[in-house]
Design a protein around this ligand. Structure first.
Ligand SMILES: [Zn+2]
Length: 244
């Protein structure tokens, strides 16, 4: 029994959900585990606007950013999603580490020509596609309030994508940089949602709560924030939404 104690401690420390094993076992997937009709999906908020999903031995990376992780230490992407071309979402130092020859890349018309040496699939707002049996919707992500000093919205309508991934009926929505846009009610009720929160680029706490109540996700991950008062946010979105 004694010799298992360090292993169990290690497992607790990394919050892994594997059943344990020898040192030769591959690392357990990172993140929160969800059961879906297409099998288990692990959801890992890497930091800022970066998210990693693990499913069926495959890795989906969203907006990898080298300021929040060393991507040489994370699994390379089988699918890479980029939401828009700001430096904290389109970071060559990160995406070049996460891309391998077989990586499928989905992004916007503005981002694609900025990614040298690869051939991304371009999706416009409102388009749908499929990858490995997962339906992927590109949805709008834009500002309706916050503008830069030049008078233009930080994220103009039609330029950036949010993505909804359908693992059968189980939906994961990764919003990208957006505000509480009315369209969110068109894809209400996702199982998991990532909504951005920070000023001046995305949402205030009030806008975040409004978006959450419009969207009604079961599990809600605030991301892209500098600070977050999670107890206050949980109170604002109500007990039907589990804040992470
Ligand atoms: Zn951003």
């Amino acid at each position: 029994m004694k010799k298992w104690a360090p292993l169990l401690m290690m497992c607790a420390a990394c919050a892994c959900t594997a059943t344990g094993g020898g040192e030769s076992q591959p690392a357990a997937p990172l993140g929160d585990k969800y059961a879906t009709p297409m099998g288990e999906v692990f959801v890992y908020p890497v930091g800022h606007g970066s998210v990693m999903l693990s499913w069926n031995g495959k890795t989906i990376q969203v907006d990898p950013y080298s300021k929040v992780a060393d991507y040489s230490q994370l699994p390379q992407a089988d699918l890479l999603l980029i939401t828009h071309d700001h430096y904290d979402h389109l970071d060559p130092a990160a995406w070049k580490k996460t891309v391998k020859p077989t990586t499928h890349i989905i992004t916007t018309a503005k981002v694609a020509p900025q990614m040298d040496g690869v051939t991304p699939q371009v999706m416009q707002n409102g388009e749908k596609t499929a990858w490995e049996g997962i339906q992927i919707d590109a949805v709008p992500a834009y500002n309706i309030v916050h503008k830069g000093p030049d008078g233009n919205f930080f994220h103009p309508k039609g330029e950036g994508n949010g993505y909804i991934l359908h693992f059968g009926k189980f939906r994961i929505y990764i919003a990208g940089d957006t505000e509480n846009i009315l369209e969110m009610q068109n894809w209400a009720g996702p199982d998991v949602a990532f909504l951005p929160k920070n000023l001046p680029y995305t949402m205030t706490d009030e806008m975040f709560a409004d978006a959450a109540l419009r969207l009604k996700p079961k599990h809600l991950y605030p991301y892209h924030y500098f600070e977050a008062d999670k107890p206050a946010l949980q109170k604002a979105v109500g007990k039907d939404i589990q804040l992470h």
